[in-house]
Ligand binder design. Structure first.
Ligand SMILES: Cc1cc2nc3c(=O)[nH]c(=O)nc-3n(C[C@H](O)[C@H](O)[C@H](O)COP(=O)(O)OP(=O)(O)OC[C@H]3O[C@@H](n4cnc5c(N)ncnc54)[C@H](O)[C@@H]3O)c2cc1C
Length: 551
């Protein structure tokens, strides 16, 4: 069995940043189910936050982040992220990221929702693309090994510590064990738990599920962000940058309806506020064919071509309209998981040798609602921290020979999936799951809707045990991968529904019409969920408050 010092699961921004941060004398490897530059980070559009402006400060950034997250974020972690952000952006630039510039030649910054200052750095509306490609170049330059198109199916646990992974080789077939002194999970989000989602089809919450099965704690899983503006019919993201550049949201009467919901911040209120407002307009009959309109026409041709070229392309190709001349029909869609594998601000989970960073982790910097531009920042700051901390751990560890039979367990699982006969296919259950989650755990939740989801989930889990894989081949068996992913989606859904049902208040992205008010007295605390033999077990943990008392 191959043994690395550090094995990083995930080649998105968090994973590659971690790999680059680890000292070059260590044996570091990255493993990813897709080619690194196809990770979802590539799709990030609007930008990445840092207080670079002369009149801005990291403290102001930390305040906006705390307030935007409805005081559920841990303020020590938020402070670390906002304090380190400016240096990290300059470092990215040195590593080759080409940011858009202002007239003075400095890195340009645009306003984003919930921010008191224009502090979102960007590369037109393709920021993730620009950063991810620069990271990949650095990976190549450092000759860091990449297991490309390998799917991790489980963690190897030995004596309570994580010592590697078991993975399926997509290109050649076969299950293999890969040892590591330290493992960093950087597997991204779980948006595909929902049917209407801005996320790539690969965002199936695998890392969260792997950690959950290994008895790690997940935190705040009920907080799923719905992005206010996704393209009608496709759920493709239309960046907040479109509103940052000055776009309006209109209802069927042509009114800028945000004046009723957030008269000061208007279209740049926080995402949960804007999403709920759009939902309300549609519910009360002021929508346009199940959507509202995002109007960019007044920005003018030149500005749209220069600042929002990709948005224009997407609208032309997928909605058949040119935003220079016609408003874009948009509606909210599942976008981001604020919860994830619980870590401290050095990305350590409760399991020795296991670290987590990026969207799959919950540090927690976003609290109940993430500000746009803070997620890319989180991947960079905490990806770097994960690389540093895991290296310290790996250096000090003397590995013992493994006694676990995890490889044999996974081999039997694959064997069962490939030989089992029957009518149930993974894609069918995946679609049913998405529908049930979008219907019952969307923008507005109730006790009834969530209880219905919980029973439906139990029934889906039973059927999932009987899934058949019709493709019996070894090479690029994408149906087998779907079956693996389905189990992850189901596990993640279980944590979302269980945590959401228990939280009897409304805060940020978790809105309950039966408990419509935020309740700091009882609920200013993190939900922690852990798998126990009798099912998911919930406990709670206080929020770390340093300089901003809840208001
Ligand atoms: C359309 C869109 C636009 C966005 N725009 C912005 C923005 O402008 N600003 C902002 O701050 N945030 C934005 N976000 C959010 C942000 O892009 C993501 O949260 C962030 O990029 C996640 O990065 P990551 O490194 O954690 O994971 P990802 O980039 O998703 O990478 C996950 C990696 O894990 C690997 N992986 C997963 N499971 C397995 C497995 N089982 N085995 C092996 N490998 C596995 C994948 O192959 C992949 O390499 C956007 C998100 C979307 C969907």
């Amino acid at each position: 069995m191959k043994l690395h010092d550090i094995l990083i699961v995930g080649a998105g921004l968090a994973g590659m940043r971690a790999a680059i941060a680890a000292p070059p004398d260590l044996d570091v490897a990255v493993i990813s189910k897709v080619h690194p530059v196809r990770s979802h980070s590539v799709a990030a559009q609007g930008g990445i936050n840092a207080a670079l402006g002369a009149n801005d400060s990291w403290e102001a950034h930390a305040f906006d982040t705390t307030k935007g997250g409805l005081y559920l974020g841990d303020q020590d972690a938020i402070e670390a992220m906002c304090r380190e952000a400016p240096d990290d952006i300059l470092e990215l630039e040195r590593l080759g990221v080409i940011f858009s510039r202002n007239e003075q030649g400095h890195i340009a910054q645009r306003p984003f929702g919930g921010a008191g200052f224009p502090r979102t750095c960007y590369a037109a509306d393709r920021t993730g693309h620009a950063i991810l490609h620069a990271m990949y170049e650095q990976l190549l330059k450092r000759r860091i090994a990449v297991y490309e198109e390998w799917y991790v199916t489980s963690l190897i646990m030995e004596g309570g510590a994580c010592q590697g992974v078991v993975a399926w080789d997509l290109i050649h077939g076969g299950v293999h064990a890969i040892g590591a002194k330290a493992v960093i999970l950087a597997t991204g989000g779980s948006g595909r738990v929902f049917l209407t989602s801005t996320n790539a089809v690969i965002n199936t919450g695998d890392g969260m599920a792997l950690a959950y099965r290994a008895s790690a704690q997940l935190a705040d899983m009920e907080f799923v962000q719905f992005h206010p503006t996704t393209l009608k019919g496709t759920s493709i993201l239309i960046t907040e940058g479109a509103r940052g550049e000055g776009g309006y949201l209109l209802n069927t009467r042509g009114e800028r309806f945000m004046k009723t919901y957030a008269p000061q911040q208007m279209e740049l209120a926080t995402r949960s506020t804007v999403s709920l407002a759009i939902g309300q307009e549609i519910l009360e009959g002021r929508g346009v064919d199940g959507c509202v309109l995002l109007d960019l026409r007044h920005l003018g041709r030149q500005r749209i071509l220069e600042r929002l070229p990709q948005i224009r392309e997407l609208a032309i190709e997928f909605a058949g309209l040119d935003p220079i001349e016609t408003p874009i029909p948009v509606r909210p869609g599942a976008h981001y998981q604020m919860g994830g594998v619980r870590t401290n601000q050095w990305t350590e989970t409760g399991i020795a040798g296991l670290y987590a960073a990026g969207e799959c982790a919950c540090v927690s910097v976003h609290g109940a609602n993430r500000l746009g531009g803070n997620s890319l920042l989180e991947t960079i700051v905490f990806g770097r921290r994960a690389g540093i901390r895991a290296a310290e751990y790996a250096r000090a560890l003397v590995p013992q020979p493994l006694t676990t039979d995890q490889l044999a367990i996974e081999q039997r699982r694959v064997q069962r999936l490939l030989t089992q006969e029957g009518p149930i296919r993974a894609w069918q259950l995946r679609e049913e799951l998405g529908q049930l989650m979008s219907l019952n755990l969307g923008l507005v939740r109730t006790h009834e809707s969530m209880s219905a989801a919980l029973s439906a989930l139990a029934a889906l889990n039973l059927r999932a045990a009987a899934v058949t894989v019709q493709d019996k081949g070894q090479v690029f068996n994408s149906e087998l991968v779907q079956a693996f992913e389905l189990q992850c989606l189901l596990d993640v859904a279980e944590t979302i529904v269980t945590s959401a049902l228990a939280r009897e208040e409304s805060r940020g992205a978790h809105y309950r019409s039966d408990f419509p008010v935020r309740d700091d007295q009882h609920w200013l605390k993190h939900s922690l969920i852990q798998r126990a033999p009798e099912g998911p077990a919930l406990t709670y943990e206080p929020v770390t408050i340093t300089r901003f008392p809840p208001k």
